[in-house]
Write a protein that binds this ligand. Structure first.
Ligand code: NAD
Length: 253
């Protein structure tokens, strides 16, 4: 897809990988609809995109709120007159062992709050945004591209029952959408990043992060721009749909 004058919506675009995707797409001439829970990140991301000479607008919305998501996608189409792409990037972690045992005693288990919060944002949020965007794209009749940001953890990572389940789920969702939406010229795909230098990793203790990165064959974290390049590839390749690209420095969990 030639991005010039196209309109791409990106969730969780106020920082990290989402912001990097926004800036890469803006640099190629796409007008950007930035969606995030937090207003302050949106202002800086909008200004950064506008500096690249495109139109950018920020939309404060919680991707878990059905009414807000539907209203936001409708507002984007009203404001820009089109919608060519969506990147489902917003995500959170709330790590805990399923069952934590210390000195032979069960001392903790993953709580319903930890489960519901992560499934809410990382799985239900992707469903709601994907559904709302696909609806607008079908109405507009110009096709489109929807990319879900998964994770290396989709293979199943200790301490991440909730996150792993959601990140495997979004790949399956993109595959289901490829089957359902291809007839409307809507393509889909997923990108599964490995450890990438953003705020989300701030939740990990430094020693755990160091341990996690040690087995990465390339011996470093990824840069958000390296994830953005894979998203760009999916937008660019007109025969790509329903599959997942791993960008993980060669690490397999
Ligand atoms: P980040 O924490 O830096 O940014 C996430 C953004 O999502 C934030 O701006 C946050 O405000 C927003 N957000 C959170 N909940 C939201 C909600 N309910 N509604 C709207 N916006 C919300 O994270 P990141 O590292 O840039 O991660 C982006 C995506 O990449 C996530 O889906 C994450 O799971 C995935 N990922 C990240 C890594 C990594 O190592 N950084 C690895 C694999 C996958």
């Amino acid at each position: 897809m030639d991005l010039k004058n196209k309109v791409v919506a990106i969730t969780g675009a106020g920082q990290g990988i989402g912001r990097s995707i926004a800036e890469m797409f803006a640099a190629e001439g796409a007008n950007i609809a930035l969606i995030d829970l937090k207003e302050e990140g949106l202002v800086a991301a909008r200004e950064a995109c506008e500096k690249l000479g495109v139109v950018a607008r920020g939309y404060t919305a919680n991707v878990t709120d059905e009414a807000a998501v539907d209203a936001t996608m409708a507002a984007i189409v009203k404001d820009f007159g089109r919608l060519d792409g969506l990147v489902n990037n917003a995500g959170i972690t709330k790590d805990a062992m399923l069952i934590k045992v210390k000195d032979g005693e069960i001392v903790n288990r993953m709580s319903m709050d930890q489960w519901n919060a992560v499934i809410g944002v990382n799985l239900t949020g992707v469903f709601l945004c994907g559904r709302a965007a696909a609806e607008q794209m079908i109405r507009l009749g110009n096709g489109g591209v929807i990319v879900n940001i998964s994770s290396i953890s989709r293979a199943g990572n200790a301490g991440q029952t909730n996150y792993s389940a959601a990140k495997a789920g979004v790949i399956a969702m993109a595959t289901a959408w490829a089957s359902e939406l291809g007839r409307y010229k809507i393509r889909t795909g997923s990108v599964a990043p490995g450890f990438t230098r953003t705020e989300i990793l701030a939740a990990m203790k430094p020693e755990i992060l160091e341990k996690a990165i040690a087995p990465v064959p390339l011996k470093r974290m990824g840069d958000p721009s390296e994830i953005a390049k894979a998203v760009r590839f999916i937008f660019d390749n007109d025969y790509f749909s329903g599959r997942c690209i791993d960008v993980d420095g060669g690490l397999r969990l």
